[in-house]
Design a protein around this ligand. Structure first.
Ligand code: GSH
Length: 327
């Protein structure tokens, strides 16, 4: 059965995300099944998707975009097969169908679903056809479709090829701190906004909202004392938090009913979001047109008319006050 995240709801009406299925690792060891090599791997992403944009952020800030190519799908989900109802990510048929999106140059696939079908040896793949997808052009298969693992590979395994190899976003002395922070930020914020938005009953929504705002308040407090979420150095935890914060006021506040307080009403979170956005090359990972078209256009049961709200168009490139902390 083909399912999308919006249908991953338990008996109690709470959103319950299923784990990603492809979990192989690219390694710097040349004898591993998936050795790090220039030109061998390809990332399929969507600008709308925060998980995929974690990976794109790493390509940019680690200086890996000449080593790993990538393709962006169309922003809005469409029907993926004539004989069933599934809707999901699709490729445009030409470069000018939607600015930013491109046809699949590797497999000529029309949909992300096709990539999963090409990669699945057994016919019984019953997971989601999600992005990101890290594709191996040599073995013609999916290496990994779990962003939290892909970013770890991009951080450490391609350092012989990366322009910015010295940047370590998961340094040994901060790993336990990063893991701890990732856990409550994932629960409360990254996945928390989805738990608010995809809840089908009031009680799980209430529970998710409470957890979300507790976690946001906790971030605000931490960021009143230090530049980044794990101290005064940029880490993986900041990239993971950023992709949710940048979508928050524009999308989650309205589409996912996360409207108790907006990011622009939190002085530290707002300035922090601008700070990360202004890291060289990070702004190229944020395509707000795709983001808004995706969320407001891909979940017809939540937004039947697909109307895109006009605001608030926060200017994340305007000055911020985060250099008050040493970094
Ligand atoms: N755990 C995955 C989650 C990826 C994910 O949920 N991606 C969404 C887009 S934001 C997707 O592609 N969903 C396809 C679907 O639900 O059919 C990761 O972090 O890589």
């Amino acid at each position: 059965m083909s399912r999308s995240s919006i249908e991953e709801v338990s008996e109690s009406g709470a959103f319950a995300r299923t784990p990603s299925k492809f979990r192989n690792f690219v390694s710097q060891d040349p004898n591993s099944p998936f050795p790090a090599e220039s030109g061998r791997y390809h990332l399929y992403i969507a600008y709308g998707c925060p998980w995929a944009c974690r990976c794109l952020s790493y390509l940019r800030i680690k200086g890996l975009d000449k080593v790993i190519s990538f393709t962006v799908v169309k922003s809005k989900w469409e029907n993926t097969k004539e004989n069933d109802e599934h809707i999901g990510w699709v490729f445009p048929s030409s470069d000018d169908e939607e600015p930013g999106a491109e046809p699949d140059p590797i497999n000529g696939a029309k949909t992300v679903r096709e990539l999963y079908e090409l990669a699945s040896t057994s016919r019984d793949y019953n997971g989601k056809y999600s992005v990101p997808v890290l594709w191996d052009k040599k073995l013609n298969t999916i290496v990994n479709n779990e962003s939290s693992e892909i970013i770890r590979m991009l951080n450490s395994e391609f350092n012989n090829l990366a322009e910015n190899a010295a940047l370590d976003l998961y340094p040994p002395h901060l790993q336990s701190k990063i893991d701890e922070v990732n856990e409550w930020i994932y629960e409360g914020i990254n996945n928390g906004v989805y738990r608010c938005g995809f809840a089908k009953k009031q009680a799980p929504y209430n529970e998710a909202i409470e957890k979300l705002y507790k976690a946001l308040d906790r971030c605000e407090e931490i960021l009143s004392k230090q530049r980044y979420i794990c101290g005064n150095t940029l880490t993986e935890a900041d990239i993971r938090l950023f992709v949710t914060l940048i979508r928050f006021d524009e999308v989650y506040a309205v589409h996912f009913k996360c409207n108790k307080r907006l990011i622009r009403e939190y002085p530290n979170l707002l300035n922090y979001t601008k700070d990360i956005f202004q890291i060289p090359d990070m702004s190229s990972t944020v395509n707000m047109d795709h983001i808004k078209r995706h969320y407001y256009g891909s979940h017809p049961s939540m937004d039947p008319f697909g109307i895109i709200p006009v605001g608030p168009n926060t200017d994340y490139s305007s000055p911020h006050d985060r250099s008050r902390f040493s970094s």
